[in-house]
Design a protein around this ligand. Structure first.
Ligand SMILES: [Zn+2]
Length: 171
């Protein structure tokens, strides 16, 4: 049985829904596709750019169906790491899957904005593409869910988001 299915999700157009329940941390869909160098990817037509995701610091992938129809939410329930779409929390059968599009969003590539239709309680009204353009408390909440290449690329900025360790002086 397929893990997900697509159907119209109100004003957002098509969306992707869980075909069964998933536990937090469970892998849901693998993002297929061939990595394309960023400069080549950015020169592609808009309909491809709309479904493009970074897969490392230098490459993008044009996402295919069904995963290309996963909508944005300011209260996401999935994230992407090492090309897997993974449950951020327990997800019920029939629930819509949603990312925060700003996760792993690189400055200079993902510097776009759009109106948000997610209608969640913590909706930011505008979706931005860049991770570091997010409010700091949101950045901090997403640290455990960022992709490995993104954490590597922005090591220092992300280290500053982690809780400050309490230094104990043993004398
Ligand atoms: Zn929103």
């Amino acid at each position: 049985m397929a893990a997900v299915f697509t159907r119209i999700a109100g004003a957002k157009g098509k969306g992707v829904f869980a075909a069964r329940a998933f536990a937090a941390g469970e892998k849901i869909v693998y993002v297929e596709g061939t990595p394309i160098p960023n400069d080549v990817a950015l020169a592609m037509p808009q309909e491809k750019l709309d479904h493009m995701g970074s897969c490392d610091a230098h490459h993008c992938i044009v996402w295919r169906e069904p995963e290309c129809y996963i909508n944005h939410s300011c209260e996401p329930n999935v994230y992407e790491k090492n090309r897997w779409i993974i449950a951020m929390r327990d997800i019920a059968e029939g629930e819509e899957l949603a990312f925060d599009y700003a996760m792993n969003g690189v400055s200079g590539i993902d510097d776009w904005q759009m109106d948000c239709l997610c209608e969640s309680a913590s909706c930011r009204k505008k979706v931005c593409g860049e991770f570091f353009a997010l409010p700091v408390d949101v950045q901090r909440k997403y640290v455990p869910f960022l992709d490995d290449w993104f954490v590597q690329m922005y090591k220092e900025q992300i280290a500053r988001l982690r809780p400050i360790p309490i230094l104990v002086n043993f004398k």
